[in-house]
Design a protein around this ligand. Structure first.
Ligand code: HEM
Length: 180
């Protein structure tokens, strides 16, 4: 998993819980990288699982809720970090259809070792979209937060539901509907 995801998670934890909380969390996790991430580095995905599990224990919140909150925050950060990927976009639904076709392809050019999920558009109309998510990393709750962050970014109101197809969040169906 790319370091940018870890550094952004740490940024959010530090901002909301403080530096000491983050230092204690890192100490408790006993991570192979010792938590010394750089945004361009690549780390084992299991470190993200360890961090989120420990965070869940310490906050009392389910891991899926934490990942969703992180995803919402991450979308805003992606806009700041990779503004060129947002050029020409005005519609959140169109943006979401481009994640698989264009955006993650650009991510792979930047970071050839990135491990990305697959998004398949299964239904689409002017105000709704159904997206199938598949990944062996099971980060669908992160995607849920990113999708909600995408709607908020474009100033759109609507509903996003996640139908879990496989235990472990490896395959889910997102139904996104914008308010008329
Ligand atoms: C400009 C927007 C975006 C950028 C720059 C971006 C970039 C990235 C990067 C760098 C990773 C890490 C890959 C790795 O760790 O090896 C990633 C993973 C991921 N992205 Fe995106 N992404 C964007 C938009 C989105 C959106 C809108 C969604 C949801 C629909 C999404 C869903 C995910 C998920 C769920 C992962 C975790 C990996 C997995 O589930 O297997 N991304 N993305």
């Amino acid at each position: 998993m790319k370091g940018v995801i870890f550094t952004e998670l740490f940024g959010l934890i530090e901002q909301t819980q403080g530096e000491k909380f983050l230092d204690d969390l890192i100490d408790a996790c006993d991570l192979p990288s010792c938590g010394a991430y750089t945004s361009v580095g690549t780390y084992n995905y299991s470190e993200m699982q360890t961090l989120v599990t420990e965070l869940s224990k310490r906050s009392g919140l389910p891991a899926a809720d934490l990942l969703e909150k992180f995803g919402f925050h991450l979308f805003k950060r992606f806009h700041l970090l990779y503004p060129n990927l947002f050029v020409d976009h005005t519609c959140p639904l169109h943006f979401l259809t481009q994640v698989e076709l264009v955006i993650h392809k650009e991510v792979l050019k930047l970071y050839p070792e990135a491990e990305l999920p697959s998004f398949n558009t299964v239904a689409k109309s002017t105000n709704s979209l159904e997206l199938e998510y598949r990944s062996k990393r099971g980060l669908a709750p992160l995607a849920l937060g990113l999708i909600k962050g995408c709607l908020a970014h474009f100033g759109s109101m609507g509903t996003v539901t996640m139908e879990v197809w496989e235990e472990g969040y490896n395959a889910v169906l997102f139904k996104i509907r914008l308010n008329p």
